[in-house]
Design a protein around this ligand. Structure first.
Ligand code: DGL
Length: 270
């Protein structure tokens, strides 16, 4: 494997762009190929069988592009177990951090909220990870199925968005959490709205930076870090390229990115 090979980053849709932003900042010399399966998003309310078959197609497509690593910029997919997603490929596969250490540092009351997709919440993985690190903590997971369609639909000023934020925040406000993790990579797109509703007494935690550090460490361990040059960012989607470009502009400088609509099953190299 070559140092100048690209890093693959994937998500069901545009959410993983919030992780790509951190990765690009931390690893400015690296080339990135991002895949958002915008034709089939959201994944979070689908069955495990269906999600596995979709992610398998994306990883095989990234392998065809010669990536040296794949970052699963999606909590829902991470819940499937990154080792099982690697399949027959040899590159490292890095999943989303559960952020338990960040949360425990951020919370003095040890009352912690988790916002995530239905699928992620159904695994109970975040609650277990936080309790494994501190059994005295209290964890309040909330599934937020209305968020992803509103974010993918660019409904940032739709009153339905604020109504959904208030609905999901209510049980956390009732119990008085002082830290809240955004365990779906789409949610940083509405971080401001969530922070506004939760109020200044609640620290919002985004695990994207911790995940990016894990990706860097994995590359360093394999001697695969690129140390010079300006990295290229290619944003690939399976539908709605114009929409993806507009949403990318919320996270990255679009002048630095190229955009491509891809067919995951066509077996083509970029
Ligand atoms: N962005 C994804 C996550 O981090 C999932 C969104 C979805 O497809 O439901 O969980």
């Amino acid at each position: 494997m070559q140092c100048n090979a690209p890093i693959g980053v994937l998500d069901s849709g545009v959410g993983g762009l919030s992780v790509l932003k951190c990765l690009h900042q931390l690893l400015p010399h690296e080339n990135f190929i991002y895949v958002g399966d915008t034709a089939r998003t959201p994944y979070g309310c689908r069955s495990e069988k269906e999600i596995r078959s979709f992610v398998g197609e994306i990883i095989d497509w990234l392998a065809l592009q010669g990536v040296k690593q794949v970052v699963i910029a999606c909590n829902t997919l991470t819940m499937l177990g990154v080792e099982s997603l690697r399949g027959k490929h040899e590159f490292s596969v890095v999943g989303m951090s559960k952020g338990e250490q960040l949360l425990l540092q951020a919370s003095t009351k040890k009352k912690i909220g988790v916002f995530a997709t239905q699928f992620t919440i159904s695994t109970d993985a975040h609650r277990k990870a936080i309790l494994a690190a501190d059994p005295t903590a209290e964890v309040f997971p909330v599934a937020c199925p209305k968020f992803v369609p509103l974010i993918e639909g660019e409904e940032f000023t739709n009153p339905k968005l604020m109504a959904a934020v208030k609905e999901y925040a209510a049980p956390l406000q009732e119990v008085g959490v002082d830290a809240l993790i955004l365990s779906c990579t789409h949610y940083p797109f509405i971080r401001e709205q969530i922070a506004q509703v939760m109020g200044s007494g609640v620290t919002i935690v985004d695990p994207a930076e911790a995940t990016s550090r894990l990706a860097k460490e994995a590359l360093a361990a394999e001697n695969l870090l690129q140390h010079e040059g300006v990295g290229r960012v290619t944003v690939c989607c399976t539908a709605d390229e114009a929409r993806v470009r507009r949403l990318t502009a919320r996270m990255l400088s679009v002048e630095e990115c190229s955009f491509v609509t891809i067919d995951l099953l066509a077996g083509e190299k970029l």
